[in-house]
Design a protein around this ligand. Structure first.
Ligand code: ZN
Length: 275
């Protein structure tokens, strides 16, 4: 593609990287990424994806900005308290990079709308704050054949992994697990993941930024994928640990005897609060 003078200037630090260059930047500009949640993880994730020139960013969030969000949700500011997060996010992202198209969706992600929401995107990034949404997105992405980059934070601990079990070859049955392969069934008590336990704000920045890097790597097909791995960050210990993960042959979603063929709303618990 032909870049304008402004684009050559704006993306100069990408264009000089052999792993990105003009071809990679053109791919980013053509890419469509759906981000679930414009909160702690979604803030750095969306800011860096917009700055990188990812051409279309879908943002799904049904929440409004609360004063208690501002400790970590750097996409929003004090003047946006009380406004819809998708509006606050879209305004900020337009300031960062006006050539990025931001598609706002103020719906709550449900089993009824998940497949429709993700259909038009190349890749999905989960910045949600609860187990029901993580399981629902995992199932929806697998059924729709979309790669999912998923991160989570709690207290001083973060984790991130990429899931693309839909690309697993028949001769590599242990490769590329889905979220269910690693985390089993949905916890019976969705409160386990919720706000009362607290989180150090800057941890959202670390993990959301890692998520942005992994999204860009997947879009460009560069580097080592986090599929089949789980990267754990212990902020208090100042350590990262990467562990290998395997597909579960008994997985009800991606195993040979899979029973989950569609999204059934009764199968996903309702989250009761937001981090
Ligand atoms: Zn699985």
């Amino acid at each position: 593609m032909d870049f304008s003078d402004d684009q050559i200037h704006r993306y100069a630090r990408h264009l000089v990287l052999p792993e990105i260059g003009e071809d990679g930047q053109a791919r980013l500009l053509a890419a469509k990424v759906l981000v679930i949640g414009a909160g702690g993880l979604g803030s750095p994730l969306l800011l860096y994806l917009a700055a990188a020139g990812v051409g279309t960013l879908g943002v799904v969030d049904d929440d409004t900005v609360d004063l208690s969000n501002l400790q970590r949700q750097v996409l929003h500011d004090t003047s946006s308290v009380g406004t819809a997060k998708i509006e606050s996010a879209a305004a900020r992202l337009a300031e960062v990079n006006p050539e990025v198209k931001v598609v706002r969706d103020g719906a709550r992600l449900t089993a009824g709308n998940a497949l429709d929401l993700i259909r038009g995107y190349d890749l999905v990034a989960d910045g949600s704050d609860n187990f029901p949404t993580r399981f629902l997105l995992n199932d929806a992405c697998y059924l729709a054949g979309k790669t999912l980059v998923s991160a989570a934070i709690m207290r001083f601990d973060g984790q991130i992994a990429t899931f693309k079990a839909h690309t697993r070859a028949a001769d590599t049955p242990e490769a590329q697990p889905c979220y269910r392969c690693i985390f089993g069934d949905q916890p019976g008590d969705p409160k386990q993941s919720c706000a009362d336990v607290g989180v150090i704000g800057a941890l959202a920045g670390t993990m959301g930024s890692l998520q942005a890097v992994e999204v860009i790597k997947e879009l460009l097909g560069i580097g080592e994928s986090l599929s089949g791995k789980l990267l754990l960050y212990d902020a208090l210990g100042a350590t990262f640990r990467k562990i290998k993960t395997k597909a579960d042959p008994a997985c009800p979603l991606c195993g040979p005897q899979a029973t989950i063929r569609t999204l059934d709303s009764a199968a996903y618990l309702e989250p009761v609060c937001a981090v």
